[in-house]
Design a protein around this ligand. Structure first.
Ligand SMILES: [Zn+2]
Length: 239
């Protein structure tokens, strides 16, 4: 199926970027491929970041080869009874500890996949929890500085039709984090309304019908992040 890492990597690339490689940090398609530069064979000419097909996926920062990942994902998704990490250990020739981590990461990514997603249109926003109220509003005037130190970020999504809201603790307000939050909570192709934060600019690349000039911002943020959502916010988890 995958004789070597190169074959597996090429498969991941074709799955992730069917229309050409784009930068997972800023969304730019102005990307230089440097096949000999492992483990990060792409460079974004706009934000100057190096990346690979693993960047900001469940394989992020993993030293394991693409072949092992591809086979592990295949084994786990095709087995009806589930696959033990012992089987991964034996079949893939990795240590038991590595096999456990593989299985854990793959299951973790499925937990999000199998959750109910909103069909849209949805409204998405994020805010800082903690710190002074004045600080929370400052970031709307600034282009930089959303990642204030010492404060937790919570992203929220609201389904306009049902009024249901889902909020989740996220590690940052960067494009990879906010994009994957939307991809985890809204169905592919959904209409998504946000403010103009750069973190949402690559949503259209994932097929979302994205509008970033939404005048709902204030009232929505107030509703989503006021006390009514505290029970959700308290069940925080990292994406
Ligand atoms: Zn970039």
């Amino acid at each position: 199926m995958f004789p070597d890492d190169e074959t597996a990597e090429a498969w991941f690339v074709s799955q992730r970027w069917p229309d050409g490689v784009w930068c997972p940090d800023c969304g730019s398609a102005n990307v230089q491929a440097r096949p000999t530069r492992k483990p990060q064979p792409y460079r974004c000419r706009d934000c100057r970041n190096d990346f690979s097909v693993k960047t900001h996926t469940l394989m992020h920062a993993s030293k394991l080869g693409c072949r092992v990942w591809a086979l592990a994902i295949y084994l786990m998704s095709t087995s009806l009874k589930g696959v033990s990490s012992m089987k991964l250990h034996r079949d893939l020739g990795v240590t038991q500890k590595t096999a456990w981590h593989l299985a854990h990461r793959i299951r973790e990514s499925w937990a999000d996949d199998h959750a109910e997603r909103f069909g849209g249109p949805v409204e998405v926003d994020e805010t800082f929890i903690g710190g002074r109220e004045s600080n929370k509003h400052d970031r709307k005037k600034l282009n930089a500085g959303r990642g204030a130190v010492g404060k937790e970020v919570v992203a929220g999504v609201k389904d306009r039709a049902s009024g249901k809201v889902l909020a989740r603790h996220v590690p940052a307000t960067t494009a990879p984090v906010l994009t994957s939050f939307v991809a985890d909570t809204a169905q592919a192709g959904a209409e998504v309304f946000t403010d103009e934060h750069a973190g949402y600019r690559q949503l259209h690349r994932l097929g979302f019908d994205h509008s970033d000039r939404t005048p709902f911002f204030g009232p929505f943020a107030m509703r989503v992040f006021s006390g009514c959502l505290l029970p959700t916010v308290l069940r925080i988890r990292l994406v």
